[in-house]
Ligand binder design. Structure first.
Ligand SMILES: O=P(O)(O)OC[C@H]1O[C@@](CO)(OP(=O)(O)O)[C@@H](O)[C@@H]1O
Length: 455
């Protein structure tokens, strides 16, 4: 049975028009929205006018004077760049059934916004303006340091000169900047973020999809933090190759639970060893037992973090499933993301139930999540932008602590292995389990597979 997403039900197409001076985090917000919506299977794409401008300008060096409103040549190239980006975006909406297109540019004047508005209306696309307004100098300088000085506009330039030049560029934009204003822009759909999210102004948010985007953006913060992910320690079911269930940890799984506090400390490093983490587990015994030796007071259980529900196959081995339901076994191999166990769940179903977890994770600071193979794959896919068809096939070994550090345009990943053996629960695509006489505890599986390690 097909699973419909909200974009099918509502049949809306939205153009998110970013608004704001340079170095206000617009591209970061735009890319995060695309990642979030794509993870939810809503077709989204970002059109960055800066890249179009760089393509048009060719090898010509671009310094602040290019952005001087009196620079005719500069104005022409910039107008041409925005025209091309809009053209491509409209074709993407029409030819590729795009649902949310994001026009990532300053769009800092009403005249420019009027042009976009007109084109959206002519093409039956809902325009939604998203302004990032910021006067916090520290934040602006941080943004320039993080991103702009490594931008292709400043290759081979020393970072002090690049920062200076960038501040001049901002000053040119300030000359004509018109902020979104409730009185003047009353008829438009817009979100205005003031100094990240210390104040948020909303105007005429109408569709459900718009409200999802608003809610997501409202939850974003830019404080540095880390997220740790771990599967539970090896369970009794892992040893026998059974899926699902609510088994206890094996003796080695218990050893992992006892080792976990030490791994966390190692990952925090000496200077952060007193950092207080919040621990999230599923409602299943194996994750709670794994968390039981962690010294942190705040431990929360989430039903949404429970393992993929295998329905009628719960408690069976892959071999038994292949014997009893050969068609299902093949169908799952053919499309693991969409395949839904009889009376159970698919990976797509997990993503849907994980949405509140992602929303909460965006709001929180340091969190350690102890969960299950399939759920961990889906969480990892969100942070690392892993395509849907690949995510159910990622190998996430037992007895390994993964640390994610979300940064402006990427997420850093490190992993630490506990030196405690565990079976591998990884089943490769297209492999039959029939005729396999080895048990899960046999030597060949009694390793953590290094080849597909995430580190
Ligand atoms: O989607 P696949 O690759 O089958 O992985 C999910 C499976 O992983 C398992 C282990 O095989 O997770 P877990 O260790 O949390 O019990 C099964 O319970 C679950 O059905």
């Amino acid at each position: 049975m097909p699973v419909y997403s909200i974009s099918h039900v509502e049949n809306v197409r939205i153009c998110v028009v970013m608004v704001g001076l340079p170095a206000r985090g617009k591209s970061l917000i735009a890319q995060k929205i695309v990642r979030y919506l794509s993870w939810l299977s809503i077709k989204a794409k970002c059109f960055n006018v800066g890249s179009y401008r760089r393509n048009l300008a060719g090898d010509r060096p671009v310094d602040a004077s290019f952005f001087d409103p009196k620079n005719k040549d500069g104005l022409e190239v910039r107008q041409e760049a925005v025209n091309s980006a809009i053209r491509d975006m409209m074709s993407w909406f029409m030819d590729e059934n795009g649902v949310v297109g994001i026009l990532d540019a300053t769009n800092s004047t009403r005249q420019r916004r009027e042009q976009i508005l007109r084109l959206c209306r002519e093409n039956g696309i809902e325009p939604m303006f998203l302004e990032s307004w910021c006067d916090d100098q520290e934040l602006i300088l941080q943004n320039i340091a993080d991103v702009k000085t490594t931008s292709p506009d400043y290759t081979n330039r020393n970072s002090e000169l690049a920062t200076d030049d960038f501040l001049k560029r901002i000053a040119f934009y300030e000359q004509g900047y018109e902020t979104m204003d409730k009185d003047v822009d009353n008829s438009l759909t817009f979100i205005k973020l003031v100094n990240v999210n210390s104040q948020i102004i909303l105007n005429r948010i109408e569709s459900y999809l718009e409200s999802r985007i608003v809610y997501y953006v409202m939850n974003l913060h830019i404080k540095p933090r880390s997220i740790w992910l771990s599967r539970h320690g090896e369970s009794q079911y892992n040893l026998t190759g059974q899926i699902g269930g609510d088994a206890d940890l094996s003796e080695r799984g218990m050893r992992y639970a006892k080792r976990l506090p030490e791994l966390v400390l190692k990952s925090l490093g000496e200077e952060n060893k007193h950092t207080n983490l919040t621990v999230w587990t599923s409602t299943m015994k194996r994750t709670q037992q794994t968390a039981s030796f962690l010294p942190y007071k705040k431990k929360l259980q989430w039903k949404a973090l429970d393992e993929l529900d295998a329905g009628e196959c719960d408690g069976m081995t892959y071999e038994e499933i292949e014997q009893k339901f050969p068609e299902d076994f093949k169908a799952r191999d053919d499309n693991k993301y969409e395949y839904r166990y009889r009376g159970g769940e698919s990976y797509r179903d997990i993503v849907i139930r994980l949405e509140p977890i992602i929303m909460e994770l965006e709001r929180q600071e340091n969190i350690l999540i102890i969960t299950h193979q399939a759920v961990l794959r889906c969480l990892y896919a969100y942070f690392m932008n892993v395509p849907q068809e690949e995510s159910p096939w990622m190998s996430i070994p037992l007895h390994t602590l993964i640390k994610l550090e979300p940064r402006a345009y990427l997420t850093l990943v490190t992993s630490i292995k506990a030196d405690i053996p565990a079976v591998s629960t990884y089943k490769e695509k297209g492999t039959s389990q029939l005729g396999e006489t080895e048990t899960m505890t046999s030597k060949s599986r009694d390793i953590i597979r290094n080849s597909k390690d995430l580190a």
